[in-house]
Write a protein that binds this ligand. Structure first.
Ligand SMILES: C=CC1=C(C)c2cc3[nH]c(cc4nc(cc5[nH]c(cc1n2)c(C)c5CCC(=O)O)C(CCC(=O)O)=C4C)c(C)c3C=C
Ligand SMILES: [Fe+2]
Ligand SMILES: [Fe+2]
Length: 358
């Protein structure tokens, strides 16, 4: 494998810390032509679809990539914003605001963002951070609950990105923050603010992205982490067991996924004539196709058609100031011993400048 030639090592180079936020990725436009390459990269990841490669190659290229892009593009078109895909818009804003927040806290950290699939890629952003002088990088996947298909795959991308580097940065990767008090607290504030504005609902549905059932059987902690998040959130809100339900959405393919399925629960709650139903998706820190289309639009139709009363989707944490502060606090212990106060960084640079060059 060819290893890259590095620029000459310089003793006077200031040591900087990078913080890379990573989310899933999204197409460049709400069109079949743009959705196709995005889905091809996403669904070719063996972390995402764990069936024999040759069999999957024929299914993906022969069937899925000929049918799904058009259908998905129509869904993306229904939620696309003037500034682009909501997932990219929120992730970009989170990075920008987090940079400002950490700067105000006196933390000398370069914050950037990347997508696991599509653009901007993890590899490009790792190189950009290195070019900016970051010799230590904290990667923060924006998935509160660890799943091999989400966070595990980001870990693969980071490992791939440094594979050919002769002088890679020191690396840390946040595995999960499903039970972080700042994350749970921000979710709880969202629900409470919604209750203050709209009145308390009769029931709270917490819908998480699903994964195949066999992943749980093979040791993926995702299911347990989702339930822990839900339990902690319910405790913070003082919700009794019968007042909330945990469900799993976005089933893909024919295999069994984590149950209960959100669509089934919505139909049941509708049939039971539930009055005001509040719906939150705690596993998505940014609104995206899966929350804005599948939950806020399709989910509402399912509930109402089955006889439900009022359906109220609670937006994701997005780039609200309290979530940015919480993200900073979630990152802080992982930056421990790394990030430098600006003055300290200046002193270090001056010391390095005095040191002997090679
Ligand atoms: C919680 C994080 C996520 C996990 C775990 C996850 C697993 C997973 N997803 C698919 C298939 C699809 N997911 C799609 C969209 C999508 N998925 C997540 C997050 C997780 N996925 C997000 C944030 C999004 C939205 C992206 C956006 O642009 O807004 C899609 C694409 C849309 C579509 O065509 O339906 C697919 C496909 C699998 C198979 C899987 C685990 C095995
Ligand atoms: Fe997904
Ligand atoms: Fe479990």
């Amino acid at each position: 494998m060819p290893y890259q030639t590095e620029p000459d090592f310089r003793h006077d180079q200031a040591s900087r810390v990078g913080l890379l936020l990573v989310n899933l990725g999204t197409p460049e436009a709400p069109t079949a032509a743009a959705v196709r390459p995005y889905l091809k990269q996403f669904l070719s990841d063996p972390r995402v679809v764990e069936i024999p490669r040759l069999v999957w190659w024929f299914i993906l290229n022969g069937i899925i990539l000929n049918t799904r892009p058009k259908k998905s593009a129509a869904k993306y078109a229904s939620i696309w914003s003037r500034d682009g895909s909501p997932l990219a818009v929120h992730t970009r804003a989170q990075a920008k605001l987090l940079q400002g927040f950490l700067g105000n806290m006196g933390q000398n950290v370069v914050v950037d963002w990347a997508m696991r699939y599509g653009q901007p890629s993890v590899a490009d952003k790792m190189m950009a951070l290195k070019a900016a002088g970051c010799d230590r990088v904290l990667v923060l996947p924006l998935y509160p609950q660890y799943a091999a298909s989400s966070t595990g795959s980001v870990m693969d991308a980071v490992a791939d990105a440094i594979k050919t580097l002769r002088n890679p940065p020191e690396l840390r990767i946040v595995k999960h923050f499903h039970d972080a008090p700042d994350y749970i607290g921000t979710l709880a504030r969202r629900v409470e603010a919604h209750w203050i504005k709209q009145g308390r609902g009769d029931h709270l549905l917490m819908s998480f992205h699903g994964i195949p059932r066999f992943s749980l059987d093979k040791g993926d902690p995702y299911h347990c982490e989702c339930h822990k998040t839900a339990r902690l959130l319910a405790e913070r809100l003082g919700l009794a067991a019968g007042k909330y339900t945990v469900s799993f959405q976005s089933r893909f393919g024919k295999t069994e996924w984590l149950k209960p399925y959100t669509s089934v629960v919505l139909t049941e709650l509708g049939r039971k004539k539930t009055g005001k139903l509040d719906v939150i998706c705690p596993g998505f820190v940014s609104d995206c196709l899966e929350t804005l289309e599948e939950i806020a639009i399709e989910g509402k139709a399912e509930f109402m058609t089955a006889g439900g009363g009022e359906y109220r989707y609670i937006p994701a944490l997005n780039a609200e100031p309290d979530w940015i502060a919480a993200l900073g606090k979630i990152a802080a212990p992982h930056l421990g011993g790394w990030s430098l106060e600006p003055e300290e960084a200046g002193e270090r640079k001056a010391r390095a400048a005095r040191a002997t060059v090679k």
